[in-house]
Design a protein around this ligand. Sequence first.
Ligand code: BES
Ligand code: MN
Ligand code: ZN
Length: 498
Amino acid sequence: MRITINAHKLPSSGALVVGALKGSKLLDTAKQLDKASKGAIGRAIKASRFDGGKGQWLDILAPAGVGADRVLLGGLGEAKAIKQIDLENFGGTALQRLANCGLKNITMACDAIAGAKAEPAASAACLAYGARLASYRFDKYRTKLKPKDKPSVSAVSVLSQAPAVARRQFKALDAIADGVFMTRDLVSEPANVLYPDSMAQHCKSLSKLGVKVEVLNEARMEKLGMGALLGVGQGSPRESRMVVMRWQGASAKAKPVAFVGKGVTFDTGGISLKPGPGMEMMKWDMGGAGTVIGLMKALAGRKAKVNAIGVVGLVENMPDGKAQRPGDIVTSMSGQTIEILNTDAEGRLVLADALWYTQQRFKPQFMVNLATLTGAMIIALGHENAGLFSNDDKLSRQLFEAGAEVDEGVWRLPLSDAYDKKINCAIADMKNIGGRDAGSITAAQFLQRFVNKVPWAHLDIAGVAWGDQGKPTVPKGGTGWGVRLLDRLVASHYEGGK
Ligand code: BES
Ligand code: MN
Ligand code: ZN
């Protein structure tokens, strides 16, 4: 879908999206249409329950005296309460409502809103960004789609009072959307197509954007002593991989920020086999890695002034004659030994070596890891927030605030010695499960044993990486959760030498 920003000029056909504030106060373009149609907009409002409230919509077909074939009036609520995220959602919902309406073109008028905080240019960029994020589809395996199942809309034009500035701002947002789309694609791909090596090849595609990409194979990881990660992959005929992505957008001296992802391309549970129903969901057990890759694409795409490292541990967890057994003891790269009591608690084993490797090699300012780590996270927070676990209050606050701004919420849960004790083990340094109680926290305690002094945060994204219900800018399926959050974290606090 082609999304452009243009100077104000009313279209002579297609759908036209206009706005109103609480109390049905029409914004300029809507007012203009009302006049041209001799009051048709006002009459349509009177014939409905629309009153300009946030989230209200009114579809007006073929109003006389107006060029557009269809006018969609959207409510924005109170002017002073409008935030950027509301404008993104407005653009996204408008697109979703019209995508299959039969028309080819959508025009969205971005008018000045007296009393609103956002500048006109930023507002137009947000509308366009929202529409772009909402336009995502994963259709590549549907060979029999009929035209009526496909969107009719092929172009969106956002009308702005400051099109040049808006276009420049949209360019950066568009790069973030490219990252989000890459994550959604990776998460949606099935595990027969996306496996450790093929996923590593996707990472390599980022080199076009100036990202340096290194792929570690099993022999290399063995030399490095990554027994925890390698144990998980040993039951699969697909070789494990670790990929290091480096984006240098600041001076070579500047300490990097680091992002680490769990990339289990399929999680059967291994010998501790999962039950059959729902197992297909475990194709998205690489969601943490998917987000790290999409984030690196976003940062490089918008040329962020930061040095950023992305590390992903890629393995397939399969049951097999060669697979790891319950009771096996493995030695991690850190030297710490782990008794494997459940081969389905594999994500933490992958991250143990990935985190250790990242902090030893890169000495980052901070490390944030993402993982679809525990089913217990979904029990605790549902699909509304990701779990946040951290050894650092400042990083936690920054993540919380960035999450609220982009509507990718995080909620902090505790870490402490009392929980840590639950993974002590009689015959090795630790065991890989801590029992049913506080399952997400004991998993996080396990990760913390592989983190030294560096500020670190673990995001358990089991509940948010996939959505069975769509949202205004997030169609159902792979959400791309975390790309926007972490991009915002970097933009707000770690760019330009701060
Ligand atoms: N990948 C799963 C966690 C998961 C479950 C993510 C459902 C998304 C949806 C993880 O590897 C796992 O199997 N965790 C176990 C841990 C247990 C064995 C301690 C779990 O949550 O049951
Ligand atoms: Mn598992
Ligand atoms: Zn898993």
